[in-house]
Design a protein around this ligand. Structure first.
Ligand SMILES: Cc1cc2nc3c(=O)[nH]c(=O)nc-3n(C[C@H](O)[C@H](O)[C@H](O)COP(=O)(O)OP(=O)(O)OC[C@H]3O[C@@H](n4cnc5c(N)ncnc54)[C@H](O)[C@@H]3O)c2cc1C
Length: 344
């Protein structure tokens, strides 16, 4: 019985690891990289690129019985998966290729995202040398990056542009207030209610025609699902946002032998590593149940605990309306990172 897992991020790796316990299965994991990357901490490399190896773990180090294919996926159909080098059929397929972090500007010369360690490494020199940095977007990632840069390189001018009237707008107002106070105190200039729409000759331009001079821009403004390799599937499996429609058992709509997990699903919950891992564990249970022709279990989205760091020693723990800021959340986040990487 062959199970192919596309994407070795938070969702895909947990699936491969758990399925390996079933010794008879033929497990194939396909990823364009040969390692797992701990994306929630990649922004730490902006100022310390040499620590990159702390945040990656080769698949071969923790997957013992899976076949690892390091190759970009080119095409997925209901029957087979094709990469540059291989074409494989499957009994079960899991799609967990995550989400894109596109930059919506024509000129991206000194603007980048923190999607992969490779991108951060390519640009960290610019960050280290920059006197002024513009952070575009004040959601979870933008706020964490502002906290990191403002604490660790106070000599730099840090500016943020956020289209909403408060940071972390999907979280409680008290979380927004705490983050703003923290950043205000460290001299971060925050511009609310505007969007960066253009970048020319080192000048960023907002929708209200404000001009902002900054040496570098870090784009943290939005995500985009783009499963372009699934053209053979009917349009009904894609949502308007191009995420993949799953049923309550996390099966791709009308495709019972294809499961989908992590950021690429249309499940209504925050796109987090913790949720991606939860999808992974859940998918394993349902694949095993499906093999035994047992009834599948129903996934219930939930409001998970969320922690953001503000520099090394401060952070905000959020759980629904509950807020716990300060030193302890920062330490919990650090422990989650260490344990998460070590337990792979
Ligand atoms: C800067 C940053 C900070 C974050 N901070 C937090 C945080 O503090 N807490 C939190 O819970 N979450 C955080 N997140 C979100 C979290 O990282 C994601 O929710 C999580 O990684 C989603 O897991 P996934 O398995 O769906 O996808 P991913 O972990 O993105 O894995 C997808 C995998 O698929 C592979 N892939 C993609 N396309 C192809 C292809 N065509 N061919 C082959 N392989 C492919 C990729 O190489 C990757 O390994 C952060 C994300 C970023 C970028």
């Amino acid at each position: 019985m062959r199970i192919i897992i596309l994407g070795g991020g938070f969702c895909g790796t947990i699936i491969a690891k758990k399925l390996e316990k079933q010794k008879t299965l033929d497990i194939v994991i396909i990823d364009k990289k040969e390692y797992f990357e701990y994306s929630p901490s990649l922004w730490k490399l902006l100022l310390k690129p040499l620590q990159y190896e702390k945040y990656i773990v080769p698949f071969a180090q923790f997957l013992n019985h899976s076949r690892i294919i390091t190759d970009p996926v080119l095409q997925v159909t209901p029957k087979f998966v094709e990469t540059e080098k291989e074409k494989l059929t499957f009994d079960y397929l899991v799609i967990s290729t995550g989400i894109e972090y596109p930059i919506f500007l024509d000129n991206t010369q000194n603007v980048f995202t923190i999607k992969s360690g490779f991108e951060v490494l390519q640009n960290s020199k610019k960050i280290v040398n920059a006197k002024s940095i513009l952070i575009i977007g004040g959601g979870l990632i933008g706020t964490e990056i502002a906290g990191e840069l403002a604490t660790k390189s106070p000599e730099k001018q840090i500016i943020m542009v956020h289209p909403h009237d408060r940071l972390l707008e999907r979280k409680t107002k008290s979380a927004s207030r705490y983050a703003k106070k923290y950043l205000d105190k460290r001299g971060v200039q925050i511009i609310f209610g505007e969007k960066v729409v253009d970048y020319q000759n080192g000048i960023f331009i907002t929708n209200l025609k404000r001009t902002i001079k900054a040496d570098v821009g870090i784009w943290c403004a939005g995500i985009k699902s783009d499963p372009w390799f699934m053209k053979e599937f009917p349009p009904s499996i894609f949502t308007e946002l191009n995420t993949l429609k799953v049923n309550q058992s996390l099966q791709l709509e009308n495709h019972p032998n294809i499961f989908v997990g992590g950021d690429i699903t249309n499940v209504l919950e925050e796109k987090t590593a913790a949720n991606a891992k939860r999808h992974g564990s859940f998918i394993v249970m349902n694949i095993l149940r499906s093999m035994k022709q047992k009834q599948l279990i129903v996934y219930k989205p939930r409001k998970g605990l969320m922690i953001i760091s503000l520099g090394r020693w401060d952070g905000i723990l959020m759980f629904g309306k509950f807020l716990f800021p300060g030193f302890i959340p920062a330490m919990i986040k650090l422990i989650i990172e260490k344990v998460g990487i070590k337990r792979l």
